[in-house]
Design a protein around this ligand. Structure first.
Ligand SMILES: *Cc1c(COP(=O)(O)O)cnc(C)c1O
Length: 357
């Protein structure tokens, strides 16, 4: 299998080996020490302020999106939600479900949120902003600093879902004034799916303790209290937390977070250079290093996905909804190399020779 999707992606041999091991009991000092290290490295990699705290939720990225919406906000808030695709829309839905007053900033597919667009919402008493900094469904990367400046000027609590962007694009919690960052285990972290991670700044933590949130499993007060001793309220996905630990250590010993971002960036640039001449158009105004969204001009995107999967054993990422036939995405993270890009490009060339594309 050669996997160019946007997660789960291929893991390195070291991470795979951990997945094959027995899962240890976790109410121990050893597990707590590992969790403290996970927290330290996560905070280090996003340049979090000292006072920030990290919680590890057993559940995919959406569990952490929901936990943040429920625990940090309430019905006296008024949120702005950047809605540029299906993940932006997921935040809108979460606000609806949890009765958090909100306004969606609807963007045309493939387009970024600009200063001009944001200014239309200035001075209306908003209290927070939710954004998927890389809208993975359309492959658009928004500018974290531009949004941060707006949030600072308007006094908004700034929540960034960086689930597919963490380790692919630079993100600086301190410099951009971000209050909450969310990420997950199966994207650029390239571990098994099942853990999502929330880094919480002081203002968000204060709101969580003041709030009267009705939930047991996603209670962030409980998660924060347990994290003080390197623990979680309930049995976490222990095996995946051990994989995350190995992966974070690997990144650190290979030169740190910037080296990892550079590696993903090089993989993306290599691919983008090699598709020149193929009948594909890039459909994003501003891309993350994590993936390239492409519109094939001569064939159905979904047919190309099926053909590559069934006849070549190569997985690209299909799009859903009304983009099913018009857009597919190619990821640049996980244990893949420039040679793997060559394999994919040869398959595309093959399809071209056969008149399929
Ligand atoms: C993958 C992803 C999620 C989380 O999806 P899950 O399937 O719940 O892990 C959320 N937001 C973005 C931007 C993503 O790319």
């Amino acid at each position: 299998m050669l996997n160019f999707t946007v997660g789960p992606v291929m893991s390195s041999e070291e991470i795979l080996a951990i997945g094959a091991e027995q899962v240890p009991y976790f109410r121990t000092e050893e597990f707590s020490d590992m969790m403290f290290e996970n927290e330290r490295l996560m905070k280090d990699f996003v340049n979090a302020p000292k006072s920030a705290k990290t919680v590890f939720i057993t559940g995919s990225g959406t569990a952490s999106m929901e936990a943040v919406v429920m625990n940090v906000f309430n019905d006296s808030d008024k949120l702005l939600v950047v809605d540029g695709g299906s993940f932006g829309h997921r935040f809108v839905k979460l606000c609806e479900i949890h009765n958090i007053p909100h306004t969606a900033i609807k963007l045309d597919s493939g387009h970024v949120v600009t200063r001009e667009i944001l200014e239309k919402y200035s001075g209306f008493g908003y209290t927070g902003l939710l954004v998927n900094i890389h809208e993975t469904s359309t492959g658009v990367h928004y500018d974290p600093e531009l949004l941060g400046e707006f949030c600072k000027k308007e006094g908004l609590l700034y929540v960034v879902d960086a689930i597919s962007s963490f380790l692919a694009d630079s993100i600086d919690m301190t410099a951009s004034g971000i209050d909450v960052i969310i990420t997950g285990s199966q994207k650029v972290l390239a571990c098994a799916p099942g853990i999502s991670i929330i880094i919480l700044g002081e203002n968000a933590i204060e709101r969580i303790y003041r709030n009267n949130t009705k939930t047991m499993y996603l209670d962030l007060k409980d998660a924060l209290n347990n994290a003080e001793r390197g623990q979680t309220p309930f049995t976490p996905a222990v095996g995946i937390l051990r994989q995350i630990n190995a992966r974070l250590r690997q990144i650190k010993s290979n030169g740190g977070v910037q080296s990892e971002i550079d590696r993903v960036k090089a993989q993306a640039e290599d691919f983008r250079n090699k598709i020149i001449g193929l009948p594909f158009e890039i459909v994003s105004e501003s891309m993350s290093n994590a993936l390239t969204p492409l519109h094939p001009t001569t064939a159905s995107a979904y047919d190309i996905f099926l053909k590559l999967k069934d006849e070549y054993g190569i997985w690209i990422c299909p799009n859903g909804g009304d983009m099913k036939d018009t857009v597919f995405r190619v990821g640049h993270f996980g244990a893949i190399t420039s040679k793997d890009n060559d394999t994919l490009i040869s398959a595309f060339n093959d399809l071209r020779k056969n008149g399929f594309i």
